[in-house]
Design a protein around this ligand. Sequence first.
Ligand code: NAD
Ligand code: UGA
Length: 456
Amino acid sequence: MSNILCIGAGYVGGPTMTAIARYCPEHKITVVDINEERIRRWNSEDLPIYEPGLDEWVRETRGKNLFFSTSIHQSIAEADIIFVSVNTPTKMFGQGAGRAADLQYWEKTARDILTHARQPEVVVVEKSTLPVRTAQAMARILDSGDSKTHFEVVSNPEFLAEGTAIQDLENPDRVLIGGRESEEGSRAAETVAKLYAHWVPEERILLTNVWSSELAKLVANAMLAQRISSINSISALCEKTEADIGQIAKAIGMDSRIGPKFLQTSIGFGGSCFRKDILHLAYLCEYYGLPEVSDYWESVVRINEWQTERFFQNILKQQFNTLAGKTVAVLGFAFKADTGDTRDSPAIPLCQKLLEEKARVRIHDPKALENAREDLRGMQGDVEFVEDAYQACKGAHSIALVTQWQEYRELDFQRIHDEMVKPAFMFDGRNHLDPQSLHQIGFNVFPLGKKPLLHL
Ligand code: NAD
Ligand code: UGA
């Protein structure tokens, strides 16, 4: 039996450790966090994150071999394997502000581990997404004291996506483990690999050197985001030429070299990682004297911001360039469906722009209203958070669909249209609804990358 610890009980730490607890019943898993409220909720029926299927897994394991705690120092002292899954946001001050990774939380954990570890050998696993060569800095900190513990740092980035975390953890495309190219490094990587081997087929557990593992994580996110910016850039061209973005995505996606995934045009990608990881990657390229490479990746973020701006500009233009006093119903605030997470959601800049135009903004989301309230706290203007989608749309001049919740497809749009101000506008930021049937009901419909359907 090993004592496995995870520092950071967030969107990654919580679900990944629940998976390890479920599949490795012989090990004791403890998840710690400085955030007491988060730990209290992990120990309650009201988990701090919404993720389909997670409740069931937590119920199966919590109190048996899975524990959530705020006793960080004691847990470090007992641990043989320590996953570090703290947040690594974009640095907002000093050198690299707005681009580089802010490693203060990560460094704090390294120092905590150095001070409190007591086992003779401890494997420290980087679960957070980190700039390439961070493991070296971690190792330097861990080797700097007079600790009797031998530390070995392994990189094991996480590839789960929110909303599908349980499926992704249960059936990962690959598990990536990067170890030092030495006997001790290989042994530590094997220790981590053995955990996953409880449920992941051997051929999907990929062992690499540490730097490849760290960098592969950033590159995977950058490549996924780059596909979205590519298709979104083409959605703009479609709107000028009457080509249809759905047909284009299908046609190119059938090329087996391109593949169909991540070609869904949108108001822009959101989430806590794509933007931050690309900016970290771009910053790293610049740091290593590669400004052209840096600029290439930054353009993915620029197109993303432009796509959200373009969506907003269209709402403004179609409403005769004035939104003051008009009601806009925003359907969905989460950065994608099946999560309550709103970090970096395109809904945030969209609502900000709408409020700056003095629009009355009515926001609905089935899971994210609590976070939406936080995100818009302090923004001036007339904004309401509405539990019922029909209520949000009542008396609205236009609807902006931001998140592709399944339940939005099931709404009675005839009823919604009846209760809106005419002419009624629908701006579908996900191409989630059927434009023809909305048009037949009487909406002026603006999908992305397709011809609008108008009554005007
Ligand atoms: P999160 O903010 O949800 O969770 C991080 C947690 O770490 C917080 O609860 C915070 O209180 C805690 N923490 C910070 N400093 C601490 C300390 N010194 N001691 C104890 N706890 C501390 O973040 P997240 O979404 O889980 O992301 C964590 C990492 O995983 C990031 O590097 C992220 O890039 C990466 N990642 C995230 C996802 C995702 O879907 N969210 C997917 C893959 C990788
Ligand atoms: C993403 C990656 O998919 C995960 O592999 C990675 O582990 C994670 O980031 C991370 O490092 O945090 P996530 O952000 O949870 O996961 O969700 P995605 O499904 O990738 O969606 C990201 C954004 O892109 C969402 O706003 C989504 O709506 C948007 N998107 C996605 C599109 O606009 N079009 C698409 O075709 C796909």
